[in-house]
Design a protein around this ligand. Structure first.
Ligand code: NAD
Ligand code: K
Ligand code: MN
Length: 364
């Protein structure tokens, strides 16, 4: 029997709604496999917790999380708490303390869905973005001066370290080696950003020469964004700084069918610390509480989590279950043009995964 400990942080808004469906899928996987056990502990660390305790997680929160095999997150953010508190005091500390320097975001059009890009099918849309996740533009170095005067100013420093760039670019190459097209595309803006991007480009070039079997392209971020729309079939592994990767992947999610589908992994490749899996989307306050959020991004994030735990077959099974439900087309949430609830969508996928294995559908 293989045991994994999972720290579950449902979060705010639609986070708990989609997490509930994700956990049904995880339970189904335990039933199918027989030899896998997930010991899930739930933590109520979110904006409500902040309003009660004045912090997003307990003082020893990171210490508590550190002993888990993996962390599963829903989404964080509520209007009562500024984003610079909710995100900066929960998600960013986890990413940094656990050296989750790779933010892995598959951009893949699932079977059964149509891309908003005309004439692009699932054969054309299948790549991954590797986003640097611990430094770059998301630093807290800087500040504001002369507030309330006409001379008011804000400075935000970007922090790029050789170590930080090398490790994420190396990861991108190691991933490209295992993929079909064997191609790395690096995002830059060396014609507009003076110090950090030329530094980034130099390191990409150094690592590229160590991998002659991998094709390397370097594109400016503005052009690259346009190519996501005009020629997505060209990409295999795209590596980008923290900010560029963040923006590229919401765009990637949109061409892959929307934010309701897009998963991500915050990965510590050395496996010294737990990695964290979460949908790309936030707490979606506009639809929270209505029970209509699409749970697929959360469920697919669990598939990525199983891949990280080297349970490839179970990971594939989840993706297959999602695709089959989408191909059938009967049960769809509002973002996909249907009228199914979050629960109906989650349970349909769970049932499908169980049925694949000739299991009775239990309580569903
Ligand atoms: P968002 O991702 O929450 O929502 C953007 C749009 O996508 C909304 O119209 C929303 O309804 C829709 N959407 C998102 N997920 C969906 C789903 N599963 N099904 C159907 N539709 C979905 O982004 P936002 O509105 O910019 O941010 C809202 C809050 O979330 C903010 O507080 C923000 O800081 C936070 N946020 C958190 C994370 C995170 O938890 N890692 C990520 C992004 C944003
Ligand atoms: K999220
Ligand atoms: Mn984002």
């Amino acid at each position: 029997m293989q045991h994994y400990s999972v720290a579950v942080i449902p979060g705010d808004g639609i986070g708990p709604e989609v997490m509930q469906e994700g956990l049904k899928v995880l339970e189904a996987i335990e039933n199918i496999h027989g030899g896998l056990r997930f010991a899930c502990d739930q933590f109520d660390w979110n904006c409500n917790y902040y309003l009660r305790h004045g912090r997003m997680m307990p003082e020893n929160g990171l210490n508590i999380l550190k002993d888990y095999d993996v962390i599963l997150l829903g989404s964080i953010g509520a209007k009562e708490v500024p984003d610079h508190i909710s995100v900066w005091e929960l998600i960013l500390p986890i990413r940094r303390a656990f050296q989750q320097y790779v933010n892995l975001r598959p951009i893949k059009l699932l079977r059964g869905l149509e891309s908003p890009l005309r004439n692009k099918g699932y054969e054309d849309l299948d790549f991954v973005v590797v986003r640097e996740n611990t430094e770059g533009e998301y630093s807290n170095m800087g500040g504001r001066l002369h507030e309330g005067t006409p001379y008011e100013l804000a400075v935000q420093n970007n922090v790029f370290t050789r170590h930080g760039i090398e490790r994420v670019v190396k990861y991108a190459y190691s991933l490209a080696k295992r993929r079909r097209k064997k191609r790395v595309t690096a995002a830059t803006k060396s014609n507009g950003i003076n110090h950090s991007m030329p530094f980034w480009d130099e390191i990409v070039k150094e690592i590229a020469t160590e991998h002659p079997e991998i094709e390397t392209n370097v594109y400016h971020i503005d052009a690259l964004s346009a190519y996501f729309i005009t020629k997505p079939e060209e990409f295999d592994v795209v590596v980008a700084s923290n900010l560029f990767g963040d923006i590229l992947t919401d765009l990637g999610a949109a061409i892959g069918g929307g934010l309701g589908l897009a998963p991500s992994g915050n990965i510590n490749p050395e496996r010294i610390y737990p990695s964290m899996f979460e949908p790309i989307h936030g707490s979606a306050p506009d639809i929270a509480g209505k029970g209509i959020a699409n749970p697929i991004a959360q469920i697919w994030s669990i598939s990525l989590m199983l891949e990280h735990l080297q349970q490839m077959e179970m990971s594939q099974l989840i993706l297959q279950g999602i695709e089959e439900v989408l191909c059938e087309g009967k049960v769809r949430t509002a973002d996909l043009g249907g009228n199914a609830s979050t629960i109906e969508m989650g349970e349909e996928i769970t049932k499908r995964i169980l049925r694949e294995h000739g299991m009775s559908c239990g309580r569903f």
